[in-house]
Structures are given as C-alpha cells and as structure tokens.
Write a protein that binds this ligand. Structure first.
Ligand code: HEM
Length: 137
C-alpha cells in the first residue's frame, strides 16, 4: 500500500469514530471538516507528485473503466459533501426549528452520512486498485 492509501484508510477509521460519536458535536464537526479538506487536497497532492501524462496518456489508462469509476465516485462524494454541509448548517442555524423540522433534517443528514461512508469507502477501494506501487516521489 502506498502512503496516500494508508493515510486515507486511517482517516476513514477516524470518520467511522466521528460518525458513531456524532453527539460529541465539536469532535464530530472538527473531524468531518478535516476529512473534507483532506479529500479536497488529495487530488492536488497526487497531481503534484505523480507523472499523470505518462500514466494516463502514454500508458492509455485514461480509457480504462477503473479510472472512470474512481473519478465518478469522487464526483459523487464531493456532491454528497456539499449537501451534507448544507444539512449541518440547517441544524446549526435554524433559529427556532420545530421538533418535526429538526427530526427531518437530522434524518437527511444521517442518511446522506451513510451514503458518504459508502462512497468514500469505494473511492479508497478503487484508488487502492489503481495505485502505482512504485510512484516516482
Ligand atoms: C462539515 C461536515 C459536517 C458537519 C458540520 C456536521 C455537523 C453535524 C451536527 C451539528 C450534528 C448534530 C449533532 C447533535 O445532535 O448535536 C450532526 C449529526 C450527525 N452527523 Fe454530521 N456533520 C458533518 C459531516 C458529517 C458526515 C460526513 C457524516 C457521515 C459520514 C455525518 C454524520 C452524522 C450523523 C449520523 C449524525 C447524527 C444524526 C442524527 O441525529 O440522527 N456528518 N452533524
């Protein structure tokens, strides 16, 4: 396993803990914000440290099913993050939410959270399959 995969798996374990302990609001929010930043930064790090032209163009990997599946999952994950932050802000900002409104937002946040766990797990799994065991870094 390469360094970025190990780091991603460790953040996934941390995410599971923050998912389970959502009632520790500050811990939950700090971990989730950190993980979203980590996931946004990862593509920049990989582009900076890998020879993408050789990998995708010269090797022809750009036409592979695995690369596109990985890419599609990443886009899905980012979209889910945007919606998840919106529901989190709704929970935090509603001035006087009714009990039903709050319950509905929490239900959405929870359901999307399960989707995020699934999508992120698959992003890491497909990334592991694609990872170059001998990167140039
Ligand atoms: C920036 C990102 C996020 C913020 C700011 C945030 C914020 C919050 C807040 C304020 C709560 C309510 C906690 C309470 O009851 O006091 C909560 C609950 C929860 N969050 Fe998040 N969250 C974020 C991301 C995530 C992600 C990525 C997941 C899943 C992987 C997730 C899963 C949950 C779950 C399952 C609950 C419990 C919902 C319920 O009450 O049934 N959150 N979150």
């Amino acid at each position: 396993m390469t360094g970025p995969i190990i780091a991603a798996v460790l953040t996934y374990l941390l995410m599971l803990v923050a998912f389970k302990w959502q009632h520790l609001r500050r811990f939950h929010m700090s971990v989730m914000i950190f993980i979203i930043c980590f996931d946004v930064a990862m593509p920049f790090y990989l582009v900076a440290t890998r020879d993408w032209k050789a990998r995708l163009i010269d090797n022809g990997d750009i036409l592979s099913f695995g690369v596109w599946m990985h890419f599609g999952l990443i886009v899905t994950l980012y979209v889910l993050y945007v919606i998840q932050v919106q529901t989190a802000l709704k929970m935090l900002r509603s001035p006087k939410p009714t009990a039903e409104d709050l319950a509905a937002v929490r239900r959405d946040h929870r359901a999307q959270g399960v989707g995020i766990l699934l999508a992120r797990g698959l992003v890491i799994a497909t990334g592991t399959i694609l990872a170059d065991p001998m990167p140039k870094e």
